[in-house]
Design a protein around this ligand. Structure first.
Ligand SMILES: Cc1ncc(C[n+]2csc(CCOP(=O)(O)OP(=O)(O)O)c2C)c(N)n1
Ligand SMILES: [Mg+2]
Length: 334
C-alpha cells in the first residue's frame, strides 16, 4: 500500500495524541479534576484514525459517548476539547457539553452523543444534505456493538440503503456494551452480516490494524463519493479502560486485557513502518514527545480557563432556521 511519508506521520501523530489524551484523562479523572462522565477510547485509535485519514474538513462524522478519538482524528482542536471536558468557557461548546457532547461543526464533527444509536439518524441527515446539494461529501457514522442492536441503527441503515446516501457505517465492536458481550447480546453473532440485508456492501476488519481500516474505508469513501451509496464496516477492536471512568471491570479477565494490549494498534503500526523502512524510530519518538507536550499544554489551557458565567446559561439553547435554509430539501423531496 503506497501511503506516503507525510500521511503516515500524520496517522501516527493522531493515534499518539489520542492515547496521550486518554491516558491523561484517566489519571486526572481519578484525581478528581474532571466533572461529569468520561468514556475513554484508548486501544481503539486505529479505527478513528484509519477512517478519518480519508476525510476532508468538509466531510462529516457522527460519534458516540466514547468520542474523544473521533474528534482528534477529525482535527478538532485539542485545547478546546480538553477545556470542554473541564467544563470551561473556552471549550469547543463553551463548556456546556462536556465529554459526551463535544462538537465542532466547522470541522465536520457533528457531535459526541450520549444516546446509544443516536448517530445513524444524524448521519442520514448529513448524507442527505450532501446528496441534495450534489456535493461529494462523505459522512462516517461511528457506533458501537451495543448500538448495532438499536432500532435507530436499523432505521438508519435502511434509509441510507434506499436513498443510496454517502454514509460509511463503522461499527466499533470492542467486545462489550457496558458489561455485556456481543457473544450473547447480538443475535446471529455476525454484526457485519446484518448490514448485507439492507443491500449494502459489508465487511468485518481487524480494527487493531490501522492499514486494514485504512484500506476498507478508502474503498467505501470512493464508492460514496461516486454516488454509489453506503458501506458497512465492522471494526473488531478493544477498549483498554473500563466502560466509564470509575468502572470496576468485573466482567472481563486481566488475562484478556493483557492479550489485547500485546496486540496494541500503535505498537503494531510502529513495527510495520519501521520494519519496512518507511519511517524511523527517531521520527516516531519525536512525535511521541510532541504529543506529550501538546497534551500538557491542553491541560494547562483547560486548568487556567474561566468557567462559563451565569449569564451564559441560557444562550446557545435554540437555533432558528429560515425558510431559505430549508427550501433545497423541500424541493428535493417534493
Ligand atoms: C438509548 C440508550 N440506551 C442505553 C444507554 C446506556 N448506555 C450508555 S453506553 C452503553 C453501552 C454502549 O455500548 P456500545 O454501543 O458497544 O459502545 P461502547 O461503550 O462499547 O463504545 C449503554 C447501554 C444510553 N446511553 N442510551
Ligand atoms: Mg462496545
Amino acid at each position: 500500500m503506497d501511503i506516503g511519508k507525510e500521511k503516515l506521520l500524520w496517522m501516527y501523530e493522531r493515534m499518539r495524541l489520542i492515547r496521550e489524551f486518554e491516558e491523561r484523562l484517566h489519571t486526572d479523572f481519578a484525581a478528581g479534576k474532571i466533572p461529569g462522565f468520561v468514556h475513554l477510547y484508548a486501544g481503539e485509535e486505529a479505527v478513528a484514525v484509519g477512517a478519518c485519514t480519508h476525510l476532508r474538513d468538509d466531510d462529516f462524522i457522527t460519534s458516540t459517548h466514547r468520542g474523544h478519538g473521533h474528534c482528534i482524528a477529525k482535527g478538532v482542536d485539542i485545547n478546546a476539547m480538553m477545556a470542554e471536558i473541564y467544563g470551561k468557557a473556552t471549550g469547543a461548546c463553551k463548556g456546556k457539553g462536556g465529554s459526551m457532547h463535544i462538537a465542532d461543526v466547522g470541522k465536520g464533527m457533528l457531535g459526541a452523543n450520549g444516546i446509544v444509536g443516536g448517530g445513524p439518524p444524524i448521519a442520514c441527515g448529513s448524507g442527505l444534505t450532501a446528496k441534495v446539494k450534489g456535493t461529494d461529501q462523505v459522512t462516517i457514522c461511528f457506533f458501537g456493538d451495543g448500538a448495532s442492536n438499536q432500532g435507530t441503527t436499523a432505521e438508519g441503515l435502511n434509509l441510507a440503503g434506499i436513498w443510496k446516501l454517502p454514509v460509511i457505517f463503522i461499527c466499533e465492536n470492542n467486545g462489550y456494551a457496558e458489561t455485556t458481550s456481543p457473544d450473547y447480546s447480538v443475535s446471529g453473532r455476525d454484526i457485519a452480516a446484518r448490514a448485507r440485508g439492507y443491500g449494502m456492501p459489508s465487511l468485518a476488519v481487524d480494527g487493531l490494524d490501522l492499514f486494514a481500516i485504512y484500506e476498507a474505508v478508502g474503498e467505501a469513501a470512493a464508492r460514496a463519493r461516486r454516488g454509489e451509496g453506503p458501506t458497512f464496516i465492522e471494526a473488531q477492536t478493544y477498549r483498554y479502560f473500563g466502560h466509564f471512568e470509575g468502572d470496576t471491570i468485573h466482567y472481563r479477565t486481566r488475562e484478556e486485557e493483557t492479550r489485547y494490549r500485546s496486540r496494541d494498534c500503535i505498537e503494531r503500526f510502529r513495527s510495520a513502518v519501521t520494519d519496512q523502512g518507511l519511517l524511523t524510530a527517531a521520527d516516531l519518538d519525536a512525535i511521541d514527545q510532541q504529543a506529550k507536550a501538546s497534551i500538557d499544554e491542553a491541560v494547562r489551557f483547560a486548568d487556567t480557563s474561566p468557567l462559563p458565567t451565569q449569564a451564559d446559561m441560557l444562550t446557545d439553547v435554540y437555533v432558528n432556521f429560515s425558510e431559505r435554509d430549508l427550501w433545497p430539501f423541500q424541493q428535493a423531496l417534493a
